[in-house]
Design a protein around this ligand. Structure first.
Ligand code: MN
Length: 245
């Protein structure tokens, strides 16, 4: 059987290290953990660079079986109607607009979507939801979500909603890593929260109507790359969904 071909929404990396001649260059990129985790778990990954002409997002998805939204910079708060709080980090509006164009195009053609970290938050924003611009100042009782441990190490648990797609793959409780200072605030219509950490931070969302869409706040690709069995199973489950769609 043909392996599912998965498009990964790429970021723009602004060069600020290395030889001076490269400073300020924009590079289309994704962390290779996404590529390796998809490849290890039965998929053929393809990179989708941010385009100026977002009308071409539909053409970018032609011939693909699924869309993976990778993590990245903070989300431009104008996209959910808020002024920037002073704690917000670096944002890049053109990358966000490309994500939204890809999400809308994937939705039109019924392509399964898997959003990771900022990818999950963009999924929520694209369908009308919002995010906390900075968890620590807006939810002061939350625990540390930007871990100092290695990227493959789980540092907090999440409780998974019974009956959800995620619980079918991971069970009712799972250990995850954490590299985010933003989080889903108001959930978009047509989605539900299917996992949260014990401090009440949303850690996964799933679409309840329309085509398949799953978002997780942690970085399963950083764990699956190092053969974490739970997260390998998550990529395999997404691969199966893409095969069947
Ligand atoms: Mn977290």
């Amino acid at each position: 059987m043909r392996k599912p071909k998965i498009g990964i929404a790429a970021n723009i990396l602004i060069m600020d290290k290395g030889p001076e001649v490269l400073f300020g260059l924009y590079r289309a990129y994704v962390n290779n953990d996404y590529v390796e985790s998809l490849e290890k778990n039965g998929c053929v990954p393809v990179l989708l660079p941010a385009l100026h002409n977002t009308d071409d997002a539909r053409a970018q998805l032609e011939g693909l079986d699924g869309l993976l939204l990778s993590g990245g910079y903070d989300i431009d708060p104008m996209l959910y109607g808020e002024p920037p709080r002073k704690e917000i980090g670096f944002t890049m509006n053109e990358v966000d607009l490309h994500y939204i164009a890809l999400i809308k195009a994937a939705d039109e053609i019924g392509l399964p979507i898997f959003g990771i970290c900022k990818g999950m938050q963009m999924l929520n924003v694209a369908f009308g939801g919002s995010v906390y611009q900075d968890i620590h100042s807006q939810k002061p009782d939350s625990y540390q979500h930007t871990q100092n441990a290695p990227r493959y190490s789980p540092t907090h648990t999440v409780k998974v909603e019974e009956g959800s797609f995620l619980s079918g793959v991971l069970g009712n409780k799972v250990m995850v890593n954490s590299f985010h200072h933003q989080a889903v605030k108001d959930i978009a219509e047509g989605f539900r929260v299917t996992a949260a950490s014990e401090d009440g931070v949303v850690e996964a969302i799933e679409r309840t109507d329309g085509s398949f869409a799953l978002g997780v706040q942690w970085h399963p690709e950083m764990m699956a790359k190092f053969d974490n069995e739970d997260m390998a199973r998550l990529f395999q489950a997404f691969a199966r969904i893409c095969e069947e769609a």
